[in-house]
Design a protein around this ligand. Structure first.
Ligand SMILES: Nc1ncnc2c1ncn2[C@@H]1O[C@H](COP(=O)(O)OP(=O)(O)OP(=O)(O)O)[C@@H](O)[C@H]1O
Ligand SMILES: [Mg+2]
Length: 300
């Protein structure tokens, strides 16, 4: 991994990585990048999963929303990485914003060279998991009877090796955070068991645990418009923000970055220039957005 560390990135690098697919890496990466941009930071977000390009598509949708609705949404600089090498990643970030405060990397859900590069370059590594013992096993073994932590899994070993390499080079230590995602309040007893297992594993494998996000239809529905709940106050005639959901996102960012994330307070605005759209296009958009957010109002 000498190659990756020889090509450092500017700013604070936050990588979202888990060898397991579908756990919420892109969803959390998107919410984090938007929250940081809203706080006024210079943010570069790179999608390392060019096959799915989920993160990149959500930013494309966000630009579309900004244009059609004519609203000035804070926008991270963003791109999908087409060639998977550390030098290319470094060039792409420099092209977008060499003075970035934060670089958000969304890794593919499988071990591969670019996945390892993302982990190697990270100051903060965020591993979302769904609250299930199957997901825990991806980090480290845990005895189902005694609850004692066992050896690290393949992914846990990858993180440990890259961490060691950072130490050897006297780079800032890696802050590894495991964030629960898609937590359902109705599964409280199961979540308590997961929490005890997580805290046992955390001490053993040196990671912190973040609350993460609940299971909410809103996270899926708004994603297709490139929006988060943090954006909804900018669209008062189209959608209603839920205070609980907004607080949950803010708590997640606090868990990941602490007070560090509080930015200069002046949001950097969308690169997409708002254009005049027909009343009909705007009305259709409003209807679609209302259907999406209206459908989720009971548990948004
Ligand atoms: N907190 C949540 N509440 C509801 N749905 C969610 C939540 N988090 C993620 N999802 C949904 O779960 C699915 C997987 O999420 P996402 O694409 O972010 O995962 P991923 O880890 O990036 O997947 P992949 O490994 O395929 O890249 C998506 O349909 C997403 O909308
Ligand atoms: Mg993804």
């Amino acid at each position: 991994m000498a190659d990756a560390l020889a090509h450092p990135l500017p700013g604070h690098v936050i990588a979202f990585a888990n060898e397991k697919g579908g756990v919420g890496k892109s969803t959390l990466a998107f919410h984090t990048a938007v929250a940081l941009a809203r706080a006024g930071h210079r943010v570069v977000a790179i999608d390392l999963d060019r096959r799915q390009s989920t993160l990149e598509s959500s930013f494309a949708a966000r630009e579309g929303t900004a244009r059609v609705v004519g609203v000035d949404l804070p926008m991270p600089m963003h791109a999908v990485l087409n060639r998977h090498c550390a030098a290319q990643l470094q060039q792409e970030v420099a092209r977008l914003d060499a003075r970035a405060d934060y670089v958000v990397l969304d890794a593919p859900g499988a071990d591969c060279p670019i996945f390892r590069r993302a982990v190697a370059l990270a100051h903060t590594l965020v591993t979302p998991i769904n609250p299930s013992f199957v997901d825990l096993q991806v980090i480290g073994r845990i005895d189902p009877v005694s609850g004692r932590p066992g050896p690290a899994s393949a992914f846990g070993r990858t993180v440990a090796a890259l961490r060691e390499e950072r130490r050897g080079r006297e780079l800032a230590p890696l802050d590894w955070i495991v964030a629960k995602n898609r937590v359902r309040s109705c599964e409280r007893r199961q979540i308590d068991r997961i929490d005890s297992a997580l805290s046992a594993l955390a001490g053993h494998h040196e990671f912190r645990v973040a609350c993460g996000l609940s299971e909410r239809v809103a996270f899926r529905e708004l994603f297709q418009f490139g929006l988060t709940h943090l954006d909804l106050p900018q669209l008062p005639d189209m959608a209603r923000a839920s205070r609980t959901t907004t607080a949950e996102i803010e708590e997640l960012i606090d868990d990941l970055l602490g007070a560090d994330r509080r930015g200069p307070g002046r949001s950097r605005r969308a690169a997409a220039t708002p254009v005049r759209t027909s009343g009909r296009a705007r009305a259709a958009y409003r209807e679609a957005l209302a259907a999406a957010t209206g459908a989720v109002s009971p548990c948004a």
